[in-house]
Design a protein around this ligand. Structure first.
Ligand code: FAD
Length: 509
């Protein structure tokens, strides 16, 4: 229980003009009707009205804003990355929203640390810009990605940042070596594994609770030029998971560079079924090849191998064949294309353009992301995929294995037990059909079922309403999370949209 023993802050319940006058910003302060996107997010499920939107020019501006909020008894501050949260996590009802995108150009410096290349980038930079600049200027690239790159560095590092490279390099939170952070006290602090390490590990996966990440030092590697991108269809879940786990546990030289997967409905539905699998419009999915034993859903293992455009085609073909021959996919249901590395990493941008053209990118997205332990994934498949979601969710249903040993348990991220666990992402795009409320209710039903059956799972990009639920989510890490909050944001000013702590005018401790 939180005791209220701290310093009492003089009540200065300033209105918007007093706040703006108290700030000496290089950037801008907007209030009234011009705050645009500050009260909305990609989820489209929540909308709230902030007091003001601040476009800082840099870290000093951000520190000033946090300090100004701390002088009041009630104001909160939300860093808004690119607002790609689902459940209002980057919002601040009646509070100050900081548009981190306005700082995106502030840092971009290549360094060599212990012989390895790193790049210092702004917390407000989009990963797609980091990619383009690193590849074009230095021929280098970060090692671990998200599938979609119009997300900010600070936004994904506050969660984890997961994609098909995470089995090898860990999530994005395992691929940064230093952060600059503005804490909830308005202090600008540089932190790393060896310097202010509690703040460093707290901020990574910390849901924005301990500080605003203004700069991150990201590990780089030589960027490949080309990618062989392959999709392999399975009718049996056990074979799909066996092969996926086989690939993610092999040595680097004996596996692909990217391993993901998805579930799709065994039907001709254009969005949820067979047509969602081919990578090349000239290569159709021929259902004749689906085994008789197949059930209501099928599985697709998605893999990719990096190569150089100077490699001879036979070299890459031999490498790919050598890897594929050990896998048990349906031989006639294999799809592949060669694309540039940039095209591959920007593949979801194409989906965005398409969805924008169809008017569904801006519609509500009641998404659900769960980490499910290997020990529970067969049960999950049997009930959730094969029964509850057998007709699909109107978008991808991702599922692929990750390795716990590639995650640092000193960060704030919480994972299921066991070395192998799966990320399950239900990326719903709402079209005609069941209402959004029904889809949200179905998400609740899935989580409720996981709890009832005692599955070993944790929500990724979690969203809870009550303190009890958050406590259960963090489990034995809850006390560490609360202690970090006491230390770095004692008045619970930061990231109010996560709904973990309530703003207090005294120190939380
Ligand atoms: P926002 O939504 O703006 O913010 C998220 C949270 O972080 C908020 O609490 C906010 O206050 C806080 N925050 C933002 N910036 C900072 C900062 N600089 N310092 C501290 N706190 C901050 N995730 C994956 O892991 N893998 C994927 O492949 C993936 N694909 C996605 C695809 C799409 C189309 C979408 C919409 C989301 C995807 N996500 C994925 C989820 C995404 O990583 C999170 O939603 C992330 O928070 C979005 O980043 P953002 O910059 O939009 O953050």
């Amino acid at each position: 229980m939180i005791a209220c023993l701290g310093r009492i802050v003089p009540s200065a319940d300033a209105d918007v003009s007093t706040i703006s006058q108290s700030l000496d910003l290089q950037g801008s302060f907007e209030s009234g009707g011009i705050m645009g996107v500050a009260g909305k997010d990609f989820g489209g499920l929540y909308s709230v009205k902030p007091l003001a939107l601040i476009k800082p020019s840099g870290t000093e501006d951000i520190a000033q804003v946090v300090k100004a909020a701390a002088r009041t008894s009630h104001l909160t501050v939300a860093a808004r990355g690119n607002g790609h949260s689902i459940n209002g996590q980057a919002m601040a009802s009646g509070g100050l929203v900081i548009d981190m995108r306005s700082t995106e150009e502030n840092h971009f410096k290549l360094l060599t640390i212990d012989g390895s290349p790193c790049i210092d980038v702004s917390g407000g930079a989009l990963w797609e810009d980091v990619l383009k600049r690193c590849v074009l200027m230095f021929g280098l690239a970060p090692r671990s990605w998200t599938d979609y790159l119009s997300l900010t560095v600070g936004g994904t590092l506050s969660n984890a940042g997961v994609s098909g490279q995470a089995f090898r390099y860990g999530p994005q939170t395992s691929n940064v070596t230093e952060l600059e952070v503005v804490t909830g006290k308005g202090e600008i602090t540089v932190c790393s594994e060896t310097q202010n390490s509690e703040l460093f590990f707290g901020a990574l996966g910390g849901l924005g609770q301990f500080g605003i990440i203004t700069r991150a030092r990201v590990k780089l590697q030589p960027a490949p030029n080309m990618v062989r991108w392959i999709r392999l269809v399975y009718s049996e879940f056990e074979e799909f998971t066996r092969d996926a786990e086989f690939l993610v546990t092999r040595e680097e030289a004996e596996s692909f560079d990217y391993v993901e997967g998805f579930v799709f409905s065994n039907s001709d539905d254009p969005i949820n079924g067979w047509p969602s699998v081919p990578l090349d419009p000239d290569h159709d999915f021929n259902p004749v090849h689906i085994p008789q034993s197949a059930g209501p859903v099928l599985y697709c293992l998605e893999v990719a191998l990096h190569y150089s455009h100077t490699d001879h085609p036979s070299t890459i073909q031999t490498a790919v064949s050598g890897l594929l021959e050990r896998l048990g996919f349906v031989r006639r249901l294999k799809f592949q294309v060669n694309v540039s590395y940039m095209e591959f990493l920007l593949r979801v941008k194409r989906v965005e353009e398409h969805a924008n053209a169809n008017g569904i990118w801006d519609s509500p997205h009641p998404w659900l992301n769960i980490f499910v332990s290997k020990s529970s994934i067969v049960d999950f498949d049997r009930t959730v995929f094969k029964k509850m979601l057998k007709d699909g969710v109107g978008g991808p249903m991702l599922i692929y294995p990750l390795l716990r040993s590639k995650w640092d348990d000193r960060t704030s991220v919480v994972l299921p037990e066991g070395e192998v666990f799966y990320i399950v992402a239900l990326l719903r795009f709402v079209r005609k059909g069941p209402s959004v409320e029904k889809l949200v209710a179905q998400n609740h039903e899935i989580v409720k079922w996981c709890n009832k059956e005692g599955l070993d799972f944790k929500l990724y990009l979690p969203h809870y309403q009550s303190r009890e639920e958050w406590k259960r989510h963090f489990g034995k890490q809850w006390s560490r999370f609360v202690e970090r909050k006491f230390s770095f944001d004692p008045m619970a000013i930061l990231a109010p949209g996560q709904k973990i702590f309530k703003r207090t005018h005294t120190n939380l401790n």
